[in-house]
Design a protein around this ligand. Structure first.
Ligand SMILES: C[S@@+](CC[C@H](N)C(=O)[O-])C[C@H]1O[C@@H](n2cnc3c(N)ncnc32)[C@H](O)[C@@H]1O
Length: 282
């Protein structure tokens, strides 16, 4: 399918892309003005012929069915079902050693930074903790921020949480989450919205799996999570000891559990052999 796309950003960008195939759409979505959701200044025109000027959010709705079908088939093609992790009761489609994409050059993989293709140590620890404490999570309204493959959200849904929303700014992660939820016979809501800085109304439990990998982001994340904790939300953080989880930040946290990682996870995360679940304190 051919597309005609125009970036109508008021910042002076005048990119016009003709004849982009639906596969190439994945790259087009990496356009700087395609990020940030409908509040961004970007305006994309739609299909050749009709060309309505729409916001980024609307654009996704207009094109969504074809695109999502493509994303789903690419995910199915480039992943395998794995139970080699801390939550073997969950089957998860992941990029594992047997996959073409494993170790391939970035330009040979049809995804940009497929974080969702891996089950990160921090996410594994939180999901394990949830599955081990089903009663505690049954009455909770859970928001999984940066859901990746969706395992934390899926674990919460599996134990019968009252509400579960899996959130990621990467649309591919949300598709992977839907595929993985179906594989485990649960359903979860998904959202691509950037929740960082918001009050997370409608949720009482915020799950953060392995998101302290970058100092600048860790600072923003921690300040926001501290405000959520002050407002009475339960914030659970899973982490194997990444540098963003500094001693100062850890001093405001209580370690709830610690797990030895599966050997495959240790190989993928050189140097880490354990991951812990932390509760952020007021
Ligand atoms: C290292 S991965 C962890 C995935 C998953 N939580 C796990 O532990 O397996 C970090 C994820 O956070 C997502 N992410 C980054 N910034 C985000 C933001 N502002 N809001 C939501 N997700 C975000 C990335 O797209 C990626 O899927």
């Amino acid at each position: 399918m051919a597309w005609r796309l125009l970036c109508g950003s008021s910042e002076g960008c005048a990119d016009v892309l003709h004849g982009v195939t639906s596969m190439e759409m994945l790259e087009v979505l990496e356009h700087p003005h395609a990020k940030g959701g409908s509040s961004d200044q970007a305006g994309w025109c739609g299909l050749a012929g009709s060309c309505p000027t729409v916001s980024v959010g609307d654009f996704f709705i207009l094109q969504s069915s074809t695109m999502l079908k493509d994303i789903t088939s690419l995910i199915l093609r480039h992943t395998l079902v794995s139970r080699s992790h801390l939550t073997p009761e969950l089957s998860l489609r992941l990029i594992t050693r047997g996959c073409e994409a494993w170790g391939a050059r970035a330009e040979d993989v049809p995804f940009v930074d497929p974080y969702w293709g891996f089950y990160w140590p921090g996410g594994q620890a939180v999901a394990r903790y949830i599955l081990d404490k089903p009663r505690f999570f049954q009455s909770r309204r859970v928001l999984d921020v940066g859901c990746g493959c969706g395992a934390q959200a899926i674990a919460a849904a599996a134990v019968g949480a009252e509400r579960v929303l899996a959130n990621d700014i990467d649309v591919n992660a949300l598709e992977a989450t839907k595929i993985n939820a179906e594989l485990n016979n649960v359903s979860v809501e998904t959202s691509e919205k950037n929740f960082i800085g918001t009050k997370c109304e409608g949720f009482d439990t915020i799950l953060i799996g392995d998101m302290f990998y970058d100092e600048e982001f860790a600072k923003t994340l921690f300040e926001w999570l501290s405000k959520l904790t002050d407002s009475g939300k339960l914030v659970l953080i899973g982490d194997p000891g990444r540098h963003g989880l500094t001693a100062s930040r850890m001093s405001s946290m209580t370690r709830l559990a610690s797990y030895t990682l599966h050997e495959d996870t240790c190989l993928e995360n050189r140097g880490f052999t354990e991951a812990a679940v932390w509760r952020l304190e007021k």
